[in-house]
Every structure is written in C-alpha cells, then in structure tokens.
Design a protein around this ligand. Structure first.
Ligand SMILES: Cc1cc2nc3c(=O)[nH]c(=O)nc-3n(C[C@H](O)[C@H](O)[C@H](O)COP(=O)(O)O)c2cc1C
Length: 383
C-alpha cells in the first residue's frame, strides 16, 4: 500500500473509510479507557538493548505456535462484528492471515459463521467460544466447530458481563445500524463501505442467528450480551469444556497470577494474558505489566500468549523478551482491514514482520527462540 509506513497510517486510513459507529466500536475501550491506553503506553516505555557486531544475516521470525508452523509468533485475536467493520471482514481477514501464514481466530459474535469461513478456508482456523446461558447452544456450537475441522478452541473468560464503552452508547451501536438521520449521514460519507456492504449484505451474527433464542438483529450487542452471557461461569464449567473438547484449548482473559495458577490445573494448551484490549475492566493493569508475574507462575508448564495494545513487530519482540511464547493482535489487523480489506491486513502483517526482523537484527538476534530478558534494560538501568 502506498505511503503507509506504520500501523497508525492504516488506522488513519480506516478511520476515513469505516462509518464512525463501527470505527469507534473497534477504537474504543471501557469507561475512561485508562487500561486501553496503558496497554500501549507501557509497551512503549520498555527499552531494547542495542547490540553490534553479531552476524544477523540469517535471521527469521518464523517459529511454531501450539505446534503449528507460523511465519511470525502471532495469531489474530477474535474480534466480534468484524463483518460490519468491513463487509465480509471475517473472510477477508482470515484469508489474509492464511496466505501470510499465521492463525486467524473467528469470534462467537462474528458476522460470518463458522460454516461461512470453513467453506473458503484451506487450513484450520481457530474458533473463540463465549459461554452463554443456553448450554445446549454451546454444545451445538462446539459440534459445529468440530464439523468445520477446527482444531483450536479459544475460550474467553473475561466477558461474564459486558464492560461499558461510552463511545458505543453515544453512537447507539447496533447491527444493522438504525436508520436515524445521523447514521444515514454517516453512511453517506463512507461510499466504499456502503458499496462493499451492498455486495455482501450480511449483517447478522452468523453463529447465533437462527441458532439461539432472543437474538434480535437490532438489539444493542452489549444489551444482548448482558442478557445472554453467563455471570455464573466457573472453573467447573471450564473443566467441563476441557473434557468435552478434544482439540487444543486456549484460555483467554487471564490477568492475575492466581487465575494463571488455576488455569494450569485445567490442562489448557495455552493461556492468553488479556484484558480484552482494555474493553472490559477499566482500571486493570496493562497486559505487558501483568506478563512477568504470570510467566513466573506458569514456569514453562503451558504456552503463554498475550494481547492488548500490540501494533508493531517491536511490541512482539518486547513480549517475547519478557517471557511470552507468542502474541495476538486485534485492532492492529482490523485497522489494516478497514484501510484496504484483505490487502490491508496483508500490508499490516508484512509491516509487522519487517519491524520484528529488523528489531531482531539490531538487537543481535537471529531466531525467535533466542529472544529473552537479556535483550531489555532493567527498569533501574534505563533510569
Ligand atoms: C472490536 C473488537 C471486538 C472484540 N471482540 C471480541 C470477541 O468477540 N471475543 C473475544 O474473545 N475478544 C474480543 N475482543 C478482544 C480481542 O480478542 C483482544 O483481546 C484485544 O483486541 C487485544 O487488544 P488489541 O486490540 O489492542 O490488540 C475484541 C476486541 C475488539 C477491538
């Protein structure tokens, strides 16, 4: 993509192309957005150790994640409503991730269904599960995931109720948008989005619509979430899902070492240190600041992934140096999607790969497995 140098350029381009209601849905955090901001500002504060005169001519960011060979230590985080952010968004993002060589995670609250993606996927993608009150629906959803050949289930634990995002309230977020004067004016200002939507037309929650009672299209997502999502969700339920699901299980939304300790007893294949991108508990710490204690608690007994505020290859490098095995990204890849559909996601990934491999080189590292605490300054050293 021309004149795109960094992820923020993609963000600015997406902001111009995506109707405000859907751009803000992606771009916002809960309440004061303090956790949302801390995710990225704490990453920026970490200082890398520059090293010289090391042969780094053969460096590569290729590695494995959960036994799968990947081009980067990266997977795309599950993001709801992606087919409204950009029409057919889940299919386009999945295809970009697949072509590039990283796993894509489809959200329970996606517009495209598991079956829509399975029809066009050439490799297994990951599927994210929310536990809702209707447990028969959960069983049917798990069965649908199995039938689609999905091998990795990402169970999200930090949305037992919906955090409040002020921007969504002010915008009256709904899918499809309500035909108010304000929304119609907003759509008129985004003709490329409207044209693409006219081609695809799909505005329903594909995994839910027709499969779950009480799912009405125009209802605010947060309203429906609060009605249907299950605040009784417990570790016993998590254990039950572990016993039921034969594939790989990833537990997403771990932020406290105490929860990491319990997660270890579930025999999960990985956990994701996540605060839902600052969209749930405002006031929670950034994920990068929570990472070292969780890594220490886990002590290598399971794979540790992290997301929240990651937008560059440098950010990935920092997480690996602090002990993560891999990173997930939500918004950074969505900005690519809004900026240029499938090619935009591909451009975002290519930029991230380049940033990571250049950073590795300037830190004197050739392989992902060599990255460690020695690549960072300790807080006292950086003054
Ligand atoms: C627009 C949007 C929708 C999201 N929807 C979901 C979802 O459906 N399921 C889920 O587990 N996490 C969801 N998340 C959280 C992401 O999976 C991830 O934890 C977060 O985006 C990471 O932060 P980042 O966007 O700064 O990379 C969503 C995040 C965003 C930005």
């Amino acid at each position: 993509m021309k004149r795109v140098a960094c992820n923020d350029d993609l963000r600015m381009r997406a902001r111009r192309r995506v109707p405000r209601m859907f751009f803000d849905y992606v771009d916002g955090g809960a309440w004061t957005e303090s956790t949302y901001r801390a995710n990225s500002s704490d990453l920026s504060a970490i200082r890398l150790k520059q090293r010289v005169a090391v042969d780094v001519s053969q460096r590569t960011a290729r590695t494995t994640l959960l036994g799968q060979s990947t081009r980067l230590p990266l997977a795309m985080s599950p993001t709801g409503l992606t087919g409204m952010f950009w029409p057919n968004g889940e299919v386009l993002a999945m295809q970009a991730c697949e072509a590039f060589g990283i796993p894509y995670t489809l959200s329970t609250v996606s517009i495209a269904s598991i079956e829509d993606l399975a029809r066009v996927a050439t490799k297994p993608f990951w599927f994210q599960l929310y536990v809702i009150r209707d447990r028969d629906f959960i069983e049917r959803l798990i069965r649908r995931a199995e039938q689609a050949g999905i091998d990795t289930l990402v169970l999200t634990l930090d949305l037992q109720m919906s955090g409040q995002r002020n921007k969504d309230i002010r915008n009256g977020l709904s899918s499809p948008p309500k035909p108010t004067l304000r929304n119609l004016a907003d759509l008129a200002l985004h003709p490329a989005w409207c044209l693409a939507m006219a081609r695809h037309r799909n505005m329903r929650f594909g995994n839910l619509y027709g499969h779950v009672d009480g799912m009405k299209n125009r209802k605010a997502l947060s309203e429906w979430t609060n009605e249907q999502f299950d605040p009784t969700l417990s570790w016993t339920d998590v254990r039950r899902i572990r016993d039921r699901w034969k594939g790989k299980l990833v537990l997403k939304g771990i932020l406290a070492p105490e929860d990491a300790q319990t997660a270890l007893t579930i025999d999960a294949d990985a956990l994701v240190v996540s605060n839902h991108g600052g969209r749930q508990l405002d006031g929670a710490p950034s994920t990068i600041s929570a990472l070292p204690d969780i890594v220490a608690e886990v002590g290598g007994r399971t794979t540790v992934l992290i997301d929240g505020g990651f937008t560059s290859g440098q950010d990935i490098f920092k997480a690996l140096a602090l002990g993560a095995n891999g990173v997930m990204m939500g918004r950074a890849l969505l900005y690519g999607l809004g900026a240029g559909a499938q090619a935009g996601v591909a451009a975002a990934l290519e930029m991230i790969r380049n940033e990571l491999e250049v950073t590795m080189g300037l830190c004197g590292v050739s392989r992902i497995e060599e990255i460690g605490p020695h690549n960072l300054y300790k807080a006292a050293e950086r003054g």
